[in-house]
Design a protein around this ligand. Structure first.
Ligand SMILES: Nc1ncnc2c1ncn2[C@@H]1O[C@H](COP(=O)(O)OP(=O)(O)OP(=O)(O)O)[C@@H](O)[C@H]1O
Ligand SMILES: [Mg+2]
Length: 374
């Protein structure tokens, strides 16, 4: 475990970049440092691998002062990834990834095999191995940066705004990939960003820093959203904090109804028995086709081309309350369609029912907090 114990960094010109920071960074999880520009994120990360030495305080690695380890041993146990990947422009992709293993004295063949294995792991096509960095897209270069940092299999990864130079879609892909890699390899990752959404997506724990390198709050993302420590954290989290918090509540407790769900070949009697103004029509396998107003439905003569779109369905259990709410808001009839893992309809749920579940979830969240506080 990495423990930052009351660490201050004062640069020679008197700038206090980090002010008495204490953090316990849990093993095998992602800890995110987030905060506005200049709040000391990079300085903190660099103190962990001793590219910057603290002025005061101690950084402990598994309980031992990091200054007691030779700096080369320390750095080998920590992969480092930076913005724009920081690749060696004159080396091919495979040689970039093999850099540290080669420095450690691995043979060329073994190092290249390791590089090929890592390319696969980070989702890079093997055909890119012989290219140079300038022949890759920004997102591909970032993947190479991650592969290079993983090459010697260090237990710790330090990542400084690694995904901030790529567009939002590529960035989402890289975030998902990082979560998958973390799941498979169980690294201890310290990740710096100034994007609060990225922090919430990736972090097991999130440290919010403020100007002057002071810690504003250190908490799991759901707690941050439900209980910001002060106005600074609240502002930093942004206006839609309540909606975003719903991502942490499951949708499987939503009560689904099935009486308005009918197959395309339903009889007139079945259609007449429905009380709701809109019916969800399904195909023979139970997959959704679309919504129809009850009075426009004629048994045996269903015009599927005239159905209203059913929008995006949600999967109870797999999707959060936020997704379910989004589906209902986007639905032309104000109802979200629930499906199973095979895309077959399991029921529908109204905006109103979801609204009640949202209120219940927020109340339960507050009760939990009071328990913790009390
Ligand atoms: N070598 C240095 N000498 C003097 N001051 C420095 C030095 N490096 C950083 N600083 C200052 O320390 C403070 C924290 O810098 P740091 O790079 O850690 O911030 P950051 O949170 O990573 O910011 P950004 O989001 O812009 O990358 C800033 O005020 C910066 O100007
Ligand atoms: Mg920085």
């Amino acid at each position: 475990m990495i423990r930052i114990d009351s660490v201050t960094k004062r640069y020679p010109d008197g700038t206090v970049a980090v002010d008495r920071l204490s953090l316990e960074i849990p093993d095998r999880s992602i800890t995110v440092l987030v905060g506005p520009s200049g709040c000391g994120k990079t300085t903190t990360l660099r103190m962990i691998n001793r590219m910057v030495e603290p002025t005061e305080g101690t950084i402990l690695l598994d309980g031992e002062d990091s200054r007691r380890q030779p700096v080369t041993t320390l750095r080998r146990s920590m992969g480092y990834v930076i913005q724009n990947a920081g690749l060696f422009q004159h080396r091919t992709i495979v040689d970039n990834i093999a850099t540290v293993p080669r420095l450690l004295g691995w043979g060329r063949q073994r190092a290249r095999e390791r590089a090929a294995e890592l390319m696969e792991r980070v989702g890079l096509d093997p055909s890119l191995a012989k290219r140079y960095p300038y022949q890759l897209s920004g997102g591909q270069q970032q993947r190479v940066g991650v592969a290079r940092a993983l090459a010697a299999d260090p237990p710790v990864l330090l990542m400084d705004e690694p995904f901030s130079a790529v567009d939002p879609v590529v960035r989402k892909g890289l975030q998902a990939e990082l979560l998958r890699i973390q799941d498979e390899l169980g690294k201890t990752i310290v990740f710096v960003t100034h994007d609060i959404d990225e922090a919430i997506t990736l972090g097991t724990m999130v440290a919010v820093l403020r100007e002057g390198g002071r810690l504003a709050q250190y908490a799991p993302p759901a707690d941050l959203l439900s209980n910001p420590a002060d106005g600074f954290v609240e502002d930093f989290l942004g206006a839609d904090r309540g909606i975003r918090r719903l991502s942490f509540f499951p949708s499987d407790a939503l009560e689904l109804t099935t009486d308005a769900v009918i197959p395309a070949d339903a009889t007139a009697a079945r259609i007449a028995a429905v009380e709701a103004p809109h019916l969800l029509v399904t195909d023979a396998d139970g997959r959704p086709l679309g919504w129809a107003a009850r009075e426009e439905l004629t048994a045996g003569d269903l015009r599927t081309d005239r159905l209203l779109p059913y929008g995006r369905p949600f999967v109870p259990g797999a999707d959060s309350l936020r997704v379910a709410l989004d589906c209902a808001v986007l639905s032309p009839v104000g109802r979200a369609v629930a499906v199973d893992g095979h895309g077959r309809v399991t029921g529908v749920v109204s905006q109103q029912t979801i609204g009640e579940a949202v209120r219940a979830a927020h109340t339960a969240g507050r009760a939990d907090e009071q328990k913790v506080a009390g």
